[in-house]
Design a binder for this molecule. Structure first.
Ligand SMILES: Nc1ncnc2c1ncn2[C@@H]1O[C@H](COP(=O)(O)OP(=O)(O)O)[C@@H](O)[C@H]1O
Ligand SMILES: [Mg+2]
Length: 291
């Protein structure tokens, strides 16, 4: 049995709403999520918008303080209430966010953006070769170093964001909808790049997407989320080939097929489901009350 790289158990995040003149209410954004992955593995997280994918990722990273649950990385418990524990974890993982327009500081050159993780982590060794190597990995020329993010297209900016995530040679990269804001052809290029990097560096990936087709192209294993809960998990081929949970079956029905009559029936069913004309025939267990 190989050592697990990341073990998440019972991770829960509840948000309190603060609306003026209204009673505070709780949003169960993430309820008792548990999963494990080994080094070099690619794990997809799928589910429709609002299903809790981003909350899962941000809570694992400690960008949200967990309401309950534990995160263990490479055998060490990550305590997000302790700065030193959190920093030690962040030094070994990378993150790429959805929108390359807001995730890169417009006032920094590409060189500054790529240097930042090195200086925060006080990484030893020469900086210039590391910058060139990272740009090379994402197939951008070294002339990019002197330029600013606004001088690049969306796809190129996402390459810069990926290069930044690679700077500390992470063992695991979290990607939150990394291609969702890009055109379809650019999506394919970025997916191919991620697949290449994964194969060459054997970095583990947690790949979040609302699009099952994108995840099944990239990932060995998949978690399916609905209403803040993981409803199904397994090897991609199994989840896509023999989905067990009715929600996964619905998600699969939302992937277009090249057969026109089947495609028309799919669109009709989907429309009914989301218009509330067709009730969901299943429900989830209640999320426990906040602690
Ligand atoms: N900071 C926050 N404060 C309050 N509610 C939030 C916050 N972040 C997310 N939520 C709620 O949690 C639920 C899950 O959101 P999210 O994790 O962003 O879903 P996804 O990434 O799958 O689209 C949604 O109902 C969302 O409105
Ligand atoms: Mg999200």
């Amino acid at each position: 049995m190989t050592e697990p790289l990341l073990v998440v158990e019972g991770l829960t995040k509840h948000f309190w709403t603060h609306r003026p003149f209204q009673r505070r209410s709780v949003i169960h954004a993430l309820c008792g999520a548990s999963f494990a992955m080994t080094a070099g593995q690619t794990l997809g997280v799928v589910g429709e918008s609002g299903s809790g994918k981003t909350t899962l990722l941000r809570t694992v990273l400690g960008l949200h303080q967990p309401t309950a649950g534990t995160v263990v990385f490479a055998g060490q418990s990550v305590d997000h209430t302790k700065r030193s524990s959190q920093r030690a974890f962040w030094r070994r993982v990378g993150v790429v966010f959805q929108d390359p327009f807001s995730s890169l500081d417009p006032r920094m050159t590409v060189s500054d953006i790529l240097r930042e993780p090195l200086s925060v982590a006080q990484a030893p060794g020469p900086v210039e070769p590391a910058l060139r190597e990272a740009l090379d990995e994402v197939q951008l020329p070294t002339t990019a170093l002197r330029r600013f993010p606004h001088e690049f297209s969306g796809g190129q900016r996402q390459r810069i964001a990926i290069a930044r995530a690679l700077m500390l040679k992470p063992e695991l990269i979290f990607l939150d909808e990394p291609v969702s804001s890009l055109d379809v052809t650019i999506q394919a290029e970025i997916l191919e790049l991620l697949n290449d990097i994964q194969r060459q560096t054997q970095t583990a990936l947690v790949f979040v997407s609302h699009d099952l087709a994108v995840v099944s192209e990239t990932c060995d294993r998949v978690l399916v989320m609905f209403g803040g809960q993981i409803v199904e998990a397994g090897p991609t081929a199994q989840v896509v080939g023999q989905p067990r949970h009715p929600y996964t079956q619905e998600l699969l029905a939302s992937v277009p097929t090249p057969d026109p009559p089947a495609e028309r029936a799919r669109i009709r069913r989907r429309r009914q489901l989301f218009a509330g004309e067709q009730e969901r025939t299943w429900s989830l267990p209640e999320c426990p009350a906040p602690l």
